[in-house]
Write a protein that binds this ligand. Structure first.
Ligand code: GRF
Length: 215
């Protein structure tokens, strides 16, 4: 299976374990990609430290003009940084702000997000806790293209986990995160293999799916 190398820009606010899963997949040649830049709205975020450990350019972006979104000057600066670093695919990995149209238009159908629930159930914050409080028996994660809404874009793939008796928000989140770390590289592999096309809300997978070991 022929794949096209992805040039990834990551946006994150926290620990960066999902970014790490992408770095690891690239290192073991399960994903034909390079992470060209990591940008965070949180100056001391671990995701920036992780990036520096791997010699990936790491930038803090002052987004303080807004509390919950990436907009205005910061949005423009973010797009500029991504372009300057040759990014063609934007990966939101625990980025705690809503991204707006200007960024989406700069990377059409190339902004991805991972959400710790089986969308459309439990969008928004602390999705694993929402799922636990609701009493579902199956939880999971979703990788999707980003659109104008919050956690509403076309779904690329989902992975499930059981909710166990005695689960706490923390134990359930940890189980979901194990699946996230498989799901994000897998979704990116599908994009690099040119396997996906978006038709309305649906993400259609071509007949041929990539061999996980192929580059
Ligand atoms: C993940 O649970 C992801 O689904 C959510 O934010 C969390 C980020 O974790 N969007 P990390 O920073 O990748 O470790």
């Amino acid at each position: 299976m022929r794949t096209k190398k992805l040039h990834i820009g990551v946006l994150g606010s926290g620990a960066g374990s999902n970014m790490q899963s992408v770095v690891d997949a690239v290192q073991v040649k399960k994903l034909n990609a390079e992470i060209n830049i990591v940008i965070s709205d949180v100056a001391g975020a671990t995701i920036l430290d992780r990036a520096r450990t791997h010699n990936i350019p790491a930038h803090w972006l002052d987004c303080s003009a807004y509390r919950t979104k990436l907009d205005g000057e910061a949005e423009r600066a973010c797009i500029q940084l991504m372009n300057d670093h040759g990014v063609d695919t934007v990966v939101l990995a625990g980025f705690m702000r809503i991204v707006k149209r200007r960024l989406l238009d700069a990377f059409p159908n190339r902004v991805l997000n991972i959400h710790p629930a089986l969308l459309p159930a439990f969008p928004g914050l602390y999705a694993w806790k929402q799922a636990l409080d609701y009493g579902v028996k199956v939880a999971g994660c979703t990788v999707h293209f980003v659109d104008d809404g919050t956690d509403t874009g076309p779904i690329i793939l989902q992975k499930t986990v059981p909710v166990l008796e005695g689960d706490t928000p923390e134990t359930l989140h940890a189980r979901i995160q194990e699946q996230e770390h498989l799901a994000y590289p897998e979704a990116l592999r599908l994009i690099s293999a040119g396997c996906l096309r978006v038709e309305g809300r649906r993400v259609i997978m071509n007949d041929s799916t990539p061999d996980a070991s192929a580059r």
